[in-house]
Design a protein around this ligand. Structure first.
Ligand SMILES: Cc1ncc(COP(=O)(O)O)c(C=O)c1O
Length: 440
């Protein structure tokens, strides 16, 4: 054990000396400081304390202050990053450091080099794609998750991680009123993945396994039969509650009947809108879910739960994060968050409808409004116009092509937007549209 450790250090020393001799201009570090560090490193392990409670407290506070400052000033930065590809390598050293650097220097680099290269998903002027919500509760959960840093791949590797996950996933299921067949307390149960795409891969694997057992039994017709005739074997039907381009909702109950008839695995992708179904007035979008084999939703989109992604087998204790979010915000505030976003989207939709130069292309769904300037111009000019909104740095929206029509998507739902941000977005769009119409 000691031997291998020594070997590692010798290896480092060799690497450092090699770097020094061959690239001494790169680090700009005086020779004596490298030798000093080697001396410290080899003679006194006491000086290297990677998890010492005192420096943990001080450095964490510095990072917390940095984050608070970032949130306080987030509106001062351009929402969409304006850097050129490859910008970062011109700002950072080519080689990794040999000697430790101070947190102060690192945070200065984050401020000067990293933040300009970020598109600000947490800005109240971010209306693109679908939001990635964060909250204090989400941060706290994330900290505790990193604190314990367990690798919960089976029960004994951390019983609390396995058991809390079952409890929290049942809570999620209960919040959107899933049938008991989806709950651990019933005959089902859930898993926390890092993303919907990861969940879809797992669900496909499950569908394939169940299919291998059942597919001879069924009969296939219509499109499914056509698929069969051309040598394809239908296996998996995915219904979406809240599609990415327009927020559209598939009729789960009707698709469920088809899936049952043809023995297909029915999955419900409610990545965006699933969280919204905690509101009683929106729950009907999940009607028919009892016919589905699986359902996935993304708490990081609209449920104030900071995002993460993991590698399977070694699993983080992510349930802790969701548990803290649900406890700290609770159903009342989570519903308020979603309902107020929808109210702002309704206001935005009304503003668009009031201006006869514009049209709403599909009825608003959830907090997503898809609209366009009425076409007096070619599609390419629309692209240009969209670019003018985003390159202003004042807001960020994205687009979709719906039935061949190029539309602008205004997705409201990030954690910070308030009504005045939405009104300002509309003014910005009108301003850019006006210059475009004047020029043409
Ligand atoms: C309907 C829908 N499904 C799946 C995804 C992908 O989710 P993830 O990035 O978690 O894989 C999205 C992302 O916006 C989505 O809107």
């Amino acid at each position: 054990m000691y031997h291998s450790h020594l070997y590692f250090k010798t290896d480092y020393l060799f690497w450092g000396l090699y770097t020094l001799l061959t690239r001494f201009t790169v680090y700009d570090i005086p020779l004596k400081s490298i030798l000093y560090f080697d001396k410290m490193g080899s003679e006194s392990r006491k000086t290297f304390l990677p998890l010492d409670p005192m420096s943990f407290t001080n450095e964490s506070k510095a990072v917390v202050d940095f984050i608070a400052d970032y949130y306080e000033n987030v509106e001062k930065y351009p929402v969409r990053s304006n850097v050129e590809p490859g910008y970062l390598s011109t700002m950072l050293p080519e080689l990794p450091p040999y000697c430790p650097e101070s947190l102060k220097d690192i945070l200065k680099n984050v401020n000067d080099c990293i933040i300009p290269g970020l598109t600000l998903w947490q800005s109240p002027n971010f209306f693109a794609y679908f939001q990635a919500t964060a909250s204090t509760a989400g941060f706290l959960g994330e900290m505790l998750c990193s604190d314990f840093n367990v690798v919960g791949f089976n029960w004994i590797s951390s019983p609390a991680a396995t058991e809390l996950k079952s409890i929290v996933l049942d809570w999620m299921g209960m919040l959107v009123k899933l049938p008991s067949s989806f709950l651990f307390a019933g005959t089902g149960g859930g898993v926390l993945h890092g993303s919907t795409c990861e969940a879809a891969v797992c669900v496909l694997a499950a569908a394939r396994e169940s299919f291998e057992r059942a597919w001879w039994v069924g009969t296939f017709r219509i499109a499914i039969e056509d698929d069969m005739k051309s040598g394809l074997v239908p296996l998996f039907l995915c219904a979406t509650v809240g599609t990415t381009p327009t927020g559209a909702v598939d009729p789960i109950a009707e698709l469920g009947e088809v899936a049952l008839k043809y023995k297909l695995w029915l999955h419900v992708d409610s990545a965006y809108a699933g969280s919204a179904c905690i509101c009683p007035e929106l729950r009907h979008y999940l009607d028919g879910v009892e016919l589905a084999n699986s359902i996935s939703m993304n708490p990081h989109k609209w449920f104030l739960t900071n995002m993460d992604a993991v590698i399977p087998l070694s699993r983080r204790f992510r349930a802790l994060k969701l548990w803290i979010v649900i406890r700290k915000h609770a159903l009342a505030n989570l519903m308020y968050h979603i309902q107020s976003d929808i109210a702002m989207a309704k206001c935005f939709e009304a503003l668009v409808r009031k201006d006869e130069r514009f049209e709403v292309i599909v009825p608003r769904k959830f907090a997503l409004v898809c609209f366009r300037l009425k076409p007096k111009m070619k599609e390419d000019e629309w692209n240009w116009k969209l670019e003018a909104i985003n390159s202003s740095g004042r807001a960020f929206v994205s687009h979709a092509v719906v039935g061949g029509i190029y539309v602008i998507r205004c997705a409201i739902g990030a954690t910070l937007p308030q009504e005045h941000h939405v009104v300002n977005l509309w003014k910005l769009i009108q301003e850019k549209a006006q210059s475009l119409l004047t020029e043409n």
